[in-house]
Design a protein around this ligand. Structure first.
Ligand code: C2O
Ligand code: CU
Ligand code: CU
Length: 488
């Protein structure tokens, strides 16, 4: 079993060591939601997964229709947003080299579009183009060509129209994309866990976010696994399960534990460790995914999200904020009983990961994440900015040279964590809070803890064009914490 240092254990999943250090400067303001209700919800039902659509002969074609309709969430009939009537939407399972076609029909009352989060595909034309708007009632045909060497792993899709993203994702619009391993990893079964949060009022509607929720990032009071509340999972002792976990929450961080079971992390996002890591817990910022093996032991364990300090709203506004990541939540029950099975064969070693620490860089730049005064938010509120500016669809903020490697210093001057997400090109984390990272870590969402810095390297390869980077607290993105990048 590879030794893993405490520092790396903390860094895994993008969690910062720094959040521990700054923890004392803030406090959580946990106010009750007077308008929210958990009445009528059902927990403890059998674990279910979204329907899965698989590619065949190198292609997968999917019709995806978004709508506001009656759906079952937490065992209750509620009014939410969904793709094809399910929360989460269908799982799309593809292979490297495949063509994925998605015909999106926007059945919402607002404009929308589609983003394939983490896929290494072109950002132009009908591919992962962030500048497409699909008006209410309109359709758009996307076509994504996955390169033959596309990294295997778990990805996801969600709407990405600036100004509408948090509301549409919070409302239920998300689904998984799985890119299969070229050589399969032996496991007794595979499970997908899409974790999200939502709030529901007594009439089964999702209450509108307050200006304060938008500033701090909204968090729902129910935390769902595949749209269910604390579902039951069952296994035999000694089985190896493959868990693909997606944090589809708008703002909630997930510090996950499954005490009593053995957890082996294959990687985060599209990153894959050369030797899988034994872990006790993992932190997923909004947008992050984990590819995990669970080796079961007799007994009943609870998958829990422990409290995570994502900073404080101290001094950022009048009044207080709601920080649900500060509470511990039970997400699922894992019951292991019966006769032990024969253990699976060893995990095949994974291909060596590229290490940009030894690559020559052509440019260094800094992105500063701040909560600035005024801007789009109400009086007494602060607005999220990158390098002092809010998003402008007409402005290219960063121009990089195609086929080059850059080093970015991510500086967070605010009292809240900001998880940076860059489309198309993954980031290698090389330094956190001034300390070098001692393993090869690739992620597409990199958390920058409050009042700290993170250094990454990026290879702008394979695809040129224009796309975006932004904070994956989607309320921050909608309120301007996003920039446009062009690789020419
Ligand atoms: Cu998951 Cu730009 O988003
Ligand atoms: Cu993305
Ligand atoms: Cu943010």
């Amino acid at each position: 079993m590879p030794e893993i240092s405490r520092r790396n254990a903390l860094i895994l999943g993008g969690a910062g060591v720094a959040s521990v250090a700054v923890g004392g400067t803030g406090f959580f303001l946990n106010q009750g939601f007077s308008s929210v209700s958990s009445a009528g919800t059902v927990s403890g039902s059998t674990f279910t997964e979204p329907i899965e659509l698989r590619s065949a002969n190198g292609a997968l074609s999917v019709d995806l229709e978004s709508s506001r309709q009656r759906v079952s969430i937490a065992g209750r009939d509620v009014n939410a947003l969904s793709y094809n009537g399910g929360v989460p939407g269908p799982t799309l399972r593809v292979r490297a080299g495949d063509t994925l076609r998605v015909s999106l029909k926007n059945g919402l009352a607002d404009p929308s579009n589609l983003h394939v989060h983490g896929l290494h595909v072109s950002p132009e034309n009908k591919s992962d183009n962030m500048f497409v708007t699909v008006a209410a009632g309109d359709s758009f045909d996307y076509q994504y060509e996955l390169p033959a060497d596309h990294p295997p792993g778990v990805y996801w899709y969600h709407p990405h129209l600036h100004g509408f993203v948090a509301e549409q994702v919070f409302g239920g619009l998300y689904g998984a994309i799985i890119v299969e391993d070229p050589e399969s990893i032996p496991a007794d079964r595979e499970r997908l866990l899409v974790i999200s949060d939502i709030s529901l009022n007594s009439s089964g509607n999702i209450p509108a976010a307050s200006p304060m929720d938008e500033m701090t990032g909204r968090e729902g009071d129910l935390v769902l696994v595949n749209g269910q509340l604390t579902p039951d999972l069952v296994a035999l002792p000694g089985e190896r399960e493959r868990w693909r976990i997606i944090n589809a929450s708008v703002s909630r961080y997930l510090r996950l534990r499954l005490d009593g079971q053995q957890l082996t992390l294959l990687g985060i996002d599209s990153g894959r460790f050369e030797s899988p890591q034994e872990i006790d817990e993992i932190v997923l910022a909004p947008g992050n995914r984990a590819d995990l093996l669970v080796t079961s032991s007799l007994g009943t364990s609870t998958l829990r999200a422990l409290s995570y300090d994502r900073g404080s709203a101290d001094g950022m506004m009048m009044g207080g904020g709601n920080f649900r990541s500060g509470e511990e939540v039970a997400l699922a029950t894992f019951s292991v009983a019966g006769d032990a099975v024969v253990a699976q064969s060893a995990i095949p070693s994974q291909p060596a990961q590229r290490d940009l620490r030894i690559a020559p860089t052509t440019a260094k730049r800094e992105l500063v994440f701040a909560m600035g005064m005024g801007g789009g938010m109400g009086a007494g509120m602060m607005s999220p900015t990158i390098n002092g500016r809010q998003f402008d669809a007409e402005r290219i903020d960063t121009t990089v040279q195609f086929d080059s490697v850059e080093e970015w210093l991510l500086t967070n001057t605010s009292t809240l964590d900001h998880p940076l997400h860059l489309h198309v090109w993954p980031m290698q984390i090389i330094e956190q809070d001034g300390q070098p990272v001692d393993s090869i870590m690739w992620q597409d969402v990199v958390n920058v803890p409050a009042r700290s810095t993170t250094r990454v390297r990026i290879a702008f390869e394979d695809f040129g064009g224009k796309t975006v980077y932004h904070c994956h607290i989607l309320d921050h993105e909608d309120n301007g914490m996003m920039g446009i990048i062009a690789a020419n």
